[in-house]
Each structure stands twice: as C-alpha cells, then as structure tokens.
Design a protein around this ligand. Structure first.
Ligand code: DAT
Ligand code: MG
Length: 140
C-alpha cells in the first residue's frame, strides 16, 4: 500500500477540553504525519454539507448542532495506508466499543461526542480534504 492522505477533524468536545495536542500525540505515535492543520469555527452550512450522507438519520440535527458548538481542528494526515491506519487508531464510533489505546477509548465522551472524525475511504478523503484545504495549505 502506498503513501496515502486522509482527512481528520478534532471535534468540539476535544478542543473544549484542550486535547488537541494529546490527540495529535496519538496520531503521530501511530506514524501518521500532520501535513495540514487549521482551527476553525464550522458554519451550519459547512457541517450540513460535510455530513450530508447522514441527513436522513435521526441524529443529523444533533450532529450538526454539536459540530458547530465550538471550534474544530481540521487536518490532513499522510502516511502508509493512512485511511485505514487512522480509522484503526481512532477506534470504534461508540467509545464503549473502542479498543484500548485508541483516541475514542481515551477521550470520547459518547457516541455523538466522540472527539475525532476520519475519512472512511480514499475517495471520500480527497473530497473532504478539498472541502477544507487548498494545496497551498498542505505541505507533505
Ligand atoms: P464515524 O465517525 O465512526 O465514521 P459515522 O460515519 O457512522 O461514524 O457517523 C458520523 C458521526 O455521527 C459519528 O462520529 C457520531 C454521529 N453518530 C453516529 N451514530 C450516532 C448515533 N447512533 N447517535 C448519535 N450520534 C451518532
Ligand atoms: Mg463516518
């Protein structure tokens, strides 16, 4: 598997608890490089577009409320097999199901407030990176 990029978000529950550095330490220890990073306040329009695939789900309103409730850190990560490598180190969506040592096991508060997002495919990674970054703001 070649060097790949993936898209990450450190979510409002984590920025609120000042955990950006702690999350980044787990990311870097997993061998992923943070090659783009920006702290932003997401608008409702951005969050609705980003999570558009979930718009029919019962938790969609809650999800958009949460993602716009405070600052997030959007990131581009690079490394060997980065999409799967990051999903592995993030842990399961529900922290109750997450493996020891994963970001969600360590830091997530609940299935909704679960500290991080990571792309689920290389195709979606490219789409998500494009939503938040221009190439000029990425340096690998
Ligand atoms: P993941 O973030 O692991 O890719 P997902 O794509 O299924 O999970 O869902 C996106 C986000 O939506 C997830 O990180 C948190 C929220 N979410 C998912 N299932 C939920 C549920 N049953 N109740 C509340 N929020 C949920
Ligand atoms: Mg997902």
């Amino acid at each position: 598997m070649a060097i790949q990029r993936t898209f990450s978000i450190i979510k409002p529950d984590a920025t609120e608890r000042n955990l950006t550095g702690a999350v980044n330490a787990v990311i870097e220890k997993a061998g992923l490089r943070i090659i783009g990073q920006r702290r932003i306040q997401m608008t409702r329009a951005q969050a609705e577009r980003f999570y558009g695939v979930h718009k029919e789900r019962p938790f969609f309103g809650e999800l958009v409320d949460f993602m716009t409730s405070g600052p997030v850190v959007v990131q581009v990560l690079e490394g060997e097999n980065a999409v799967k490598a990051y999903r592995d180190v993030m842990g399961a969506t529900n922290p109750a199901d997450a493996e020891e040592g994963t970001i969600r096991k360590l830091y997530a508060k609940s299935i909704g407030e679960n500290s991080v997002h990571g792309s689920d495919s290389e195709e979606n990674a490219a789409i998500e990176i494009r939503q938040f970054f221009s190439e000029a703001d990425i340096a690998g």
